[in-house]
Design a protein around this ligand. Sequence first.
Ligand code: AMP
Ligand code: ZN
Length: 479
Amino acid sequence: MSTPALKIYNTLSRTKEEFRPIDPAHVRMYVCGPTVYDYAHIGNARPLIVFDVLFRLLRHLYGAEHVTYVRNITDVDDKINARAFERGISIRELTDKTIDIFHEDVRALGCLNPTIEPRATDYIRNDDKQIDMVRLIQRLLDSGHAYVEDRHVLFDVTSMPTYGRLSRRPLDEMIAGARVDVAPYKRGDMDFVLWKPSKDDEPGWQSPWGRGRPGWHIECSAMSAAHLGETFDIHGGGIDLVFPHHENEIAQSCCAFGRDVMANYWMHNGFLQVEGEKMSKSLGNFVTIHELLHTEKFGGRKWPGEVLRLAMLRTHYRQPIDWTVKALEEAETKLTYWMTAMDFSVAPLGSDGRIADQPLRSDEIPSTYLEALSDDLNTPLAMQILDRAFSELRTDRVLSIMLELSGIDLEAFRAWRHDQDQAFFEKHGDIVKRLITARLAARASKNWAESDRIRDELAAMGIALKDNKDGTTTWEVKR
Ligand code: AMP
Ligand code: ZN
């Protein structure tokens, strides 16, 4: 069986294109990561999951050792400074703590570690690398694409004729409609900051332009070049990053290195909204990954990472996604079914009648599954095919590799349910036992009203009872 061609919707061309890596022996992807001043919200989880599926697929298609995935951490930002000041802690303490929580969250969502996770502050000046932010800015100054004004360094957008190509906003239109921050140190309204001065109580680094700190966009140009080279294959992030962030990354990298292209394929995930509304703190529907996993804020209960992941994958990554309790419940029902079906799936037998332990051949995976994933990550279709594979009772090896490709860990889901049941019984075990015994006694004396009352009481506690034809009663914890 031949491997299906990978097709990717490229924001640059606004079309689906066949993916051709610059070097198939070294496929290179960069995705903009979190700004670590607070817990990541569930919208932030979308690019993490989407690009994790792509990373898994690229590893499958090109070999794990041939794929490099860089996802940065933004640990220098004015929101970080403000938050650390508010809490009375150092910036490093705030960012270290936030990074730890972020790592717990992404692990719970079933994401692999990226190959490299650079922190912006390590790349302001970095003598171990060919390039860092200060040297990149210096190159832009030397080549006439930037200027110094009042201790700021600014990128001169008029110096780049193709500025606006990714977002398809011609510069003259942008200038005409500009509401962007007009500042005295800017020659043109659309010019953006590469370096800015720091006050004494603000974090700062020494530079040829005085003590200061970088603008937002320059870090991704520096970190991607440091690890992936001047031109690489795929650059990803959420749709809100197309302008200005990615447009400005392209301007910086192309102008600093004298190239036409920073990355060949630009991929952007659509936005997440909650129960049909934009997620915002003022609407009270703002929910973090941490809250979904560990608190009862959303839908009155906790949700395991596998449910969050599957709910995300059931919508195509470029579509907007509506995050609802109902969608999470549906994802959980699917996972429960898959978990049970997995118990009945069989290990394949070798010709000698013993369980085969040869490595899985890729033609054992239904080709439609790989085709769906390779078609611009059509995960909704892939999830349907996976669901069908469970009802067809494919071998557990095949099911496992299909799950692995999408990053769905059924064993982790099983363990989560087990822990939940355990916690439930530690809390309510005695009373549940007493109520079930009392109901059996009521039924034995044909006191149906009392029996029904107890059933309702148990239902209110989340216990569903089932009276079987053979006279026995079974029960389960409803989630
Ligand atoms: P930030 O920390 O705000 O820079 O965002 C980190 C990543 O999450 C970026 O790729 C954003 O585009 C993405 N993102 C932020 N909010 C949402 C949302 N509501 N839906 C989908 N992606 C989002
Ligand atoms: Zn970036």
